[in-house]
Design a protein around this ligand. Structure first.
Ligand SMILES: O=P(O)(O)O[C@H]1O[C@H](CO)[C@@H](O)[C@H]1O
Ligand SMILES: Nc1nc2[nH]cnc2c(=O)[nH]1
Length: 328
């Protein structure tokens, strides 16, 4: 057998000289996506520059970050003492291209709690590699954010879900990851997290419990469900056969985001809460006439904006109490 021996990572060799990590040498500077667009890989130092830029623009030191899903940008309008920074002005940041995503970072307070909200996220179907879609999550980490609340609009696959329901994300299935597309693909930077992060506790149990209690307090428990989310690459909505396959493997709601953001957040040890707004019913039979469309997604976001604002503001308050209890 002809075995080649790999150089060990960052250890002295027998001659006492430093051996370089092969991973460091393999770092591709530029990645070309399937549309032929080039995306320059960022370094840790570039994200520190981004975070420092943001810290120089605002006195807010957020501990909780919120990602507003499609049509859910109004969540950020509840933020008081708000300072908005358009993505175009932020060094190294991508820009939003989807209707219903404004493309601003909003710093301020939800209740008493200092927060930062992404009014607009980045999706794979816009042409961004997954690692670039998740760049803001790492920037949030560098800003001091400990808890990420990721919201999204999603199609309801579970037959018990109705349009306008809210789904606490219990878990996800990383369908794109099955095909090798993962935001952590490529060289690992240990300053963010480990090479092989666990993912079995992706959505914090304590937060899910609180979210169910708060739903009762706010008298919205009849519309609050809990289930499994999956993200597909999009931008097309799913075929009947695809949806039936996803149903069989235990998916309750389908979208085109969130999973990679949550993986990135867990990799850098942020606590995560996920919330889906069920904006449309997934069509799982050839007899149904309905067709999914983005206008309906945005309309349902508008319809639920008041409830969502109240729910998320209360959750931020409760989560911050838990955070203080853990880190007095
Ligand atoms: O996941 P968010 O950003 O909420 O948006 C969801 O809604 C859009 C489709 O209407 C897709 O972008 C899908 O991902
Ligand atoms: N993939 C997908 N994303 C959505 N976002 C909102 N609704 C849907 C849906 O039905 N499917």
């Amino acid at each position: 057998m002809n075995c080649s021996v790999m150089a060990p990572i960052n250890v002295d060799n027998v001659n006492g000289t430093k051996v370089e990590s092969p991973a460091k040498k393999a770092l591709p500077e530029v990645e070309t996506d399937t549309n032929g667009n080039e995306h320059k890989r960022y370094s840790y130092e570039m994200l520190v520059e981004t975070a420092n830029f943001l810290l120089s623009k605002t006195p807010v030191r957020p501990k909780i970050g919120v990602i507003c899903g499609s049509g859910l940008g109004s969540l950020a309008e509840t933020i008081t003492e708000a300072q908005c920074i358009p993505y175009e002005e932020i060094p190294n940041f991508p820009v939003s291209t989807v209707e219903g995503h404004y493309g601003k970072l909003v710093f301020g307070r939800l209740g008493d709690i200092p927060v930062v909200a992404m009014q607009g996220r980045f999706h794979y179907f816009e042409g961004y590699p997954l690692w670039k879609c998740c760049l803001p999550v790492r920037v949030m980490k560098l800003l001091g954010v400990q808890t990420l609340i990721a919201t999204n609009a999603a199609g309801g696959l579970n037959p018990n879900y109705k349009i306008g329901d809210l789904m606490i994300v219990k878990d996800h299935i990383n369908m794109m990851g099955f095909a090798g597309n993962n935001p952590l693909h490529g060289p690992n930077d240990e300053r963010f997290g480990p090479r092989f992060p666990p993912m079995n506790k992706a959505y914090r149990f304590e937060y899910r419990k609180i979210a169910k209690e708060v739903a009762k307090e706010l008298n919205i428990e009849n519309i609050v469900k809990e289930g499994v989310y999956t993200c597909l690459g999009g931008p097309n909505f799913e075929t009947v056969a695809e949806l039936n396959m996803l149903k069989m493997v235990g998916v309750d709601a389908v979208g085109m985001s969130t999973v990679h953001e949550v993986i990135t957040a867990r990799h850098c040890d942020m606590n995560v809460f996920g919330l889906s707004l069920i904006t449309n019913e997934c069509v799982t039979s050839y007899d149904q006439d309905a067709e999914a469309n983005h206008e309906e997604v945005l309309d349902v976001g508008r319809m639920r904006q008041e409830i969502l604002r109240k729910y998320v503001t209360t959750l931020v308050d409760r989560f911050s109490k838990v955070m203080k209890a853990h880190n007095p």
